[in-house]
Structures are given as C-alpha cells and as structure tokens.
Design a protein around this ligand. Sequence first.
Ligand SMILES: [Zn+2]
Length: 72
Amino acid sequence: MFVDIPANGEPLICPSCKSLILPGQATDRIAFANDNPDGLASMNGLYHAPCAKPLLSVKRAYDMLGNWGSGF
Ligand SMILES: [Zn+2]
C-alpha cells in the first residue's frame, strides 16, 4: 500500500486502528521514554486523538508508578 510520507518522515497511519490519519483530524502523540524498561517506547507515535486517549491514561498511570518507584 502506498503511504504518503510527510516532511517529518512519519507515515500518517494511526498505530492503534491502522487507519490513515487525515489532514485536519485531531491527533495526540504518545511518547514513552526510549530507554523504557518495559519496551513501551514501541508504542510511541502519532495517534488519532480518540485512539490515543486510552494509551495516554495508561501512560499517566505508568509515569506515576515510575515516580513512586524511584521515590523508594
Ligand atoms: Zn486511530
């Protein structure tokens, strides 16, 4: 399948629903740290805003746990 690659080099395919992200659609970026020990950085990317929503709440919880962990 031909995918138009924009100037920033990222194909505009939402990793969650595997559909094209069309110009003008609301998007959210998921950005786990690249040295994330659980490999969650593989989920990084640009998602449709509704698709990113559950991931963002997972990320929030995860970041919170990470902060708790480093506090002990
Ligand atoms: Zn999507």
